[in-house]
Design a protein around this ligand. Structure first.
Ligand SMILES: [Zn+2]
Length: 167
């Protein structure tokens, strides 16, 4: 990937999402890099030079792939490209459909900021407990095990979010 070298920047957020989805797809042994390329490095027979592109290539080294992208990667891009890695036999349609379903499921998680770990932790809404504090404000409570340690997390939430949780 000599041409793209100067653009390679390990976007922490993207790399974190990649690791998370690799694990979810049972591909933790894979090493997936990101490669930011310029639109001027992309040519398309139908549209000429300067096309947007997000695509994955399987590299020569075993279990390694690279996601090439001309714009900032979204979580949807990451799920989509990793599904291609997981299921090379799937059609574009199948990949799109599954990506959509996985993103929809994701809406059912709540993010807590874990002060001890200094990172945000996603908790399935079914494992989140809604509580009301003395001043009447709603809050969410969750207890999750991370690397064998139980973390209790607490978060003040808005009325709308509380209504969504209790429904
Ligand atoms: Zn695709």
């Amino acid at each position: 990937m000599v041409a793209g070298n100067i653009y390679i920047k390990e976007d922490t957020e993207a790399m974190q999402l990649i690791r998370q989805w690799l694990k979810r797809f049972g591909l933790s042994h894979w090493k997936v890099m990101t490669d930011r390329i310029s639109v001027y490095q992309v040519s398309d027979d139908d549209y000429g030079i300067g096309s947007e592109l997000v695509g994955v290539s399987i590299d020569d080294a075993p279990y390694s792939a690279t996601i090439h992208h001309t714009r900032k990667l979204t979580e949807e891009d990451i799920i989509h490209e990793l599904l291609h890695v997981r299921h090379p036999e799937w059609s574009e349609n199948q990949v799109n459909l599954t990506t959509h379903l996985l993103l929809k499921q994701k809406e059912k998680v709540m993010k807590f900021y874990n002060v001890k770990l200094k990172k945000s932790v996603e908790v399935d809404e079914k494992d989140v407990k809604l509580v009301t504090m003395k001043n009447g404000r709603p809050a969410a409570k969750a207890s999750v095990e991370i690397d064998g340690v139980t973390h209790n997390m607490f978060k003040i939430i808005g009325q709308a979010e509380a209504a969504k949780l209790s429904s």
